[in-house]
Design a protein around this ligand. Structure first.
Ligand SMILES: C[S@@+](CC[C@H](N)C(=O)[O-])C[C@H]1O[C@@H](n2cnc3c(N)ncnc32)[C@H](O)[C@@H]1O
Length: 326
């Protein structure tokens, strides 16, 4: 069976409706060490591109449990289940709870776990989700629209200092103070409840597009999305749960798009690859920590130039991989 993963098209699988090009596809299959008969957990199904390739590479009897927090992604995954001849399971849920979700599905231990973080093109393109400043829509941005605070709640209710903090740290927005001042002034007049109103006021606060590589509201929207979905907290919890679920020699592969996420992944893998984590001045180990992972990627794996050209989203992708020790 031939597998042309580079194009994202797997010949023996009917093409799925995919509005999302999976990043680092070849690299994911290699670092996950996908093989026939293996059991894999795709913690971020999205448009299913990685799941589809994992199913193909693990044929004829490999199995995948696909998770996503977004019910719309899980609906896509369920359509995919129907075509996967018993080899795919789909569940809705946050990967922070992935160990419990997998155990409830009697899908443990697993040979590989993939986390491809952030937002999918489907979510950016759905007009009513509020992820994109390019589409006028209610300001929501929740991966699971039934759960937690929306971006509207955050923008209208959070204290000025908290908004500045998230724009600085999650958005790396140097003009955070100026933007937040404009938000606070505008919300005094009327609640900011649409993407276009927010994008417009950011643009007026820090100037238009001229001379910038990205839209002036890009960083603000990114910061809000990370805060709304508690993405960094979920990542920490998901990584810890992943180690619990991996079989000996099972692989953990994480693709991040933001330096804060990558730092969390790097530190987590390093710590889990270290026996004692007592402060260096401690004369005798008191922590009792034992390494559970071996780090496989000393530096993050980046997209090739060809992939960067073909898929601009891949430019900021960083993949890190580790293996569960026996
Ligand atoms: C970049 S997309 C994944 C794309 C996918 N690998 C593909 O090939 O189509 C990220 C997906 O992860 C989901 N997601 C993000 N954070 C999550 C979390 N904490 N738990 C579960 N799903 C999450 C999002 O809803 C989104 O669908």
């Amino acid at each position: 069976m031939s597998t042309d993963v580079s194009s994202g098209y797997i010949p023996d699988h009917p093409p799925l409706p995919t509005g999302h090009t999976p990043v680092l596809l070849r690299e994911v299959l290699a670092w996950l060490n996908v093989r026939p008969g293996g059991r894999y957990l795709d913690a971020t199904y999205g448009g299913g591109g990685h799941t589809r390739a994992i199913l193909e590479a693990s044929a004829p009897d490999g199995r995948v449990l696909a998770l996503d927090a977004d019910p719309a992604a899980v609906t896509r995954a369920r359509e995919h289940v129907d075509r996967a001849a018993g080899r795919l399971l789909a569940r809705q849920g946050n990967f922070a709870g992935l160990a419990a979700l997998a155990r409830a599905a009697s899908f443990d231990p697993v040979d590989g776990i993939l986390m491809d973080l952030g937002v999918s093109s489907f979510q950016l393109d759905e007009a009513d989700r509020g992820f994109s400043f390019r589409l006028p829509s209610p300001l929501d941005m929740r991966f699971d629209p039934r759960d937690g605070l929306s971006a509207r709640d955050v923008v209208n209710d959070w204290a000025e200092a908290d908004l500045v903090r998230i724009l600085f740290s999650y958005g790396e927005e140097p003009q955070a103070r100026r933007i937040v001042r404009a938000i606070v002034e505008a919300r005094r007049q009327a609640p900011i409840d649409t993407t276009d109103r927010l994008a417009g006021l950011v643009e007026r606060a820090i100037g238009g597009r001229r001379g910038r590589a990205i839209h002036p509201a890009t960083r603000t929207f990114q910061a809000l999305r990370i805060a709304v979905n508690r993405e960094l907290e979920s990542l920490e919890a998901g990584l810890a749960a992943a180690v619990e679920l991996l079989a000996p020699e099972g692989r953990l592969v994480v693709i991040s798009f933001h330096s804060l996420e990558d730092r969390i992944v790097k530190r987590f893998m390093r710590t889990e690859a270290t026996d004692c984590i007592c402060p260096p001045e401690t004369p005798v180990c008191v922590c009792g920590h034992r390494a559970r992972l071996r780090v496989l990627t000393s530096k993050p794996v980046r997209a090739t130039e060809a992939e960067r050209d073909a898929n601009p989203r891949s430019r900021s992708a960083r993949l890190r991989a580790a293996e569960r020790l026996a």
